[in-house]
Ligand binder design. Structure first.
Ligand SMILES: Cc1cc2nc3c(=O)[nH]c(=O)nc-3n(C[C@H](O)[C@H](O)[C@H](O)COP(=O)(O)OP(=O)(O)OC[C@H]3O[C@@H](n4cnc5c(N)ncnc54)[C@H](O)[C@@H]3O)c2cc1C
Length: 410
């Protein structure tokens, strides 16, 4: 087998791989950099991301606030975010001809609303910087050598001083790394919606709530807040996705069969009780289900009153038991989850290279000098909203800063 030489081999032509290679080449223009990508196309996840619009980052400019969106990686990313955060990525894109916009909920997209804009920027910049790209080239093995690393592909072996592994959630690479005694936290899905078959939700698909509180009934309950959507299969929306990310591993262990409690009002129970009291004194002759409240859509509001047994009753006629039942349903409907579905706009894998073995000032493996990691290959993942890409950009940036300058030294 032939062996060709290189200064840096980037394994994976995805988000982290491209950004890492570009960052290195911008700092070290003489370095010979190759990206090896197993598919025929590069940046395929960027293409489909954010429903085809690419939610490239999130407008959160405070590292300590930013880390709170990462169920795995919170502690480790604080230092890296102090060096490269959303504002830096937006500025980098701007410098490279991509204008971005911030939406009301903080998500950042290219002004074009087209993920191809990001792909064109990355591939065009890589070409200008003379970064070599080999597609259809899967890495099948890795071996330390006197000069750095030998990378095995089906066609040839490549010798490189340094390697950046940016293979996303690819199981074959995790197996290969495990065979080298690199610890891998077992991968499980994150960011999914809940399957629920329950008469309370029947025929209510499309009903959305701006603010609910959701509690997963686990040994250590997980509580999330935010919008929620009733779907054909159950429940979706930010409150559900956030909960799925926080409890990804526990939910996997329980085969996605748990009970959840929903506070449809998003308010404390005493606020709801006070509101019921006011209705009894000010609208005593009005039927309870007539006037909606707490931004709960009418169809659901009526269903909740049916469930509480208060439908058709006047506010003034409610007894203590009715009030208990109604406030219980409004603030704590218990529903059984019996599976999960994929959220098509964004899904990620929790698990990957154990972050305890990574030096976060260089993204280098503590036991394998010259072997750097970036992106989803690491045991780092976030809730939806552009945070997963930001982890890829930041870790690639940190790895590139460490590698550049060391690539062409003898
Ligand atoms: C449908 C969908 C939508 C998403 N939308 C968003 C969004 O809008 N915002 C957001 O922040 N996140 C989003 N995400 C998550 C985001 O795409 C990932 O977190 C991000 O792509 C991770 O980047 P990465 O470079 O680590 O991995 P990837 O982008 O997956 O790139 C890894 C690359 O490595 C290649 N590879 C794997 N093994 C080998 C090998 N042995 N040899 C050579 N190459 C190899 C793969 O083919 C791939 O091209 C979305 C995910 C999905 C699935």
């Amino acid at each position: 087998m032939n062996a060709s030489g290189s200064d840096l081999v980037v394994i994976g032509g995805g988000a982290a791989g491209f950004f890492g290679a570009i960052q290195c080449a911008e700092r070290d223009p003489d370095a010979r950099i190759i990206i090896l990508e197993k598919s025929e196309k590069v940046l395929t996840k960027v293409k489909i991301s954010g429903g085809g619009r690419c939610n490239v980052t999130h407008a959160c400019f405070d590292p300590s606030e930013m880390v709170q969106y990462y169920p795995r990686g919170e502690k480790e990313l604080l230092g890296p975010f102090n060096r490269f955060l959303s504002g830096d990525m937006m500025a980098w894109l701007d410098d490279h001809g991509v204008e971005t916009k911030i939406e009301e909920d903080g998500r950042v997209f290219p002004v074009s609303d087209d993920s191809q804009t990001i792909i064109d920027c990355f591939t065009g910049t890589a070409q200008k910087l003379s970064i070599s790209l080999r597609t259809g080239c899967a890495v099948t093995g890795l071996q330390p050598s006197a000069d750095g690393w030998i990378i095995h592909t089906g066609e040839e072996d490549i010798v490189a001083r340094r390697v950046l592994i940016a293979t996303g959630s690819n199981p074959a690479i995790w197996r290969l790394l495990e065979a080298m005694d690199i610890a891998i936290i077992p991968p499980v899905p994150s960011l999914f919606t809940f399957n629920i078959q329950h008469h309370l939700l029947q025929d209510l698909m499309g009903v959305s709530l701006p603010h609910v509180t959701l509690t997963l009934k686990l040994d250590k309950p997980v509580v999330t807040e935010g919008p929620m959507l009733i779907t054909h299969w159950g429940l979706s929306g930010p409150a559900v996705l956030k909960a799925s990310a926080i409890a990804a591993r526990e939910l996997y262990d329980m085969d996605y069969r748990i009970h959840i409690s929903i506070n449809w009002t998003g308010q404390e129970k005493n606020v709801v009780l006070q509101w019921i009291d006011t209705q009894r004194t000010t609208h005593g002759n009005r039927q309870c289900q007539q006037q909606t409240a707490f931004d709960i859509p009418k169809r659901l509001w009526e269903r909740l009153h049916l469930a509480a047994g208060t439908s058709g009753k006047n506010w003034a006629d409610l007894r203590t038991r009715d009030i208990d039942l109604l406030s219980g349903v409004l603030c704590g409907t218990i529903l059984p989850v019996n599976g999960k579905s994929t959220f098509k706009d964004e899904f990620v894998t929790a698990g990957g290279v154990d972050t305890r073995d990574i030096q976060f000032t260089t993204m280098e493996h503590k036991q394998f000098p010259g072997l750097h990691f970036a992106g989803e290959v690491l045991n780092i993942d976030a809730v939806t909203g552009g945070f997963n890409f930001q982890a890829a950009w930041t870790t690639a940036y940190i790895a590139a800063e460490a590698m550049a300058g060391k690539l062409t030294q003898v």
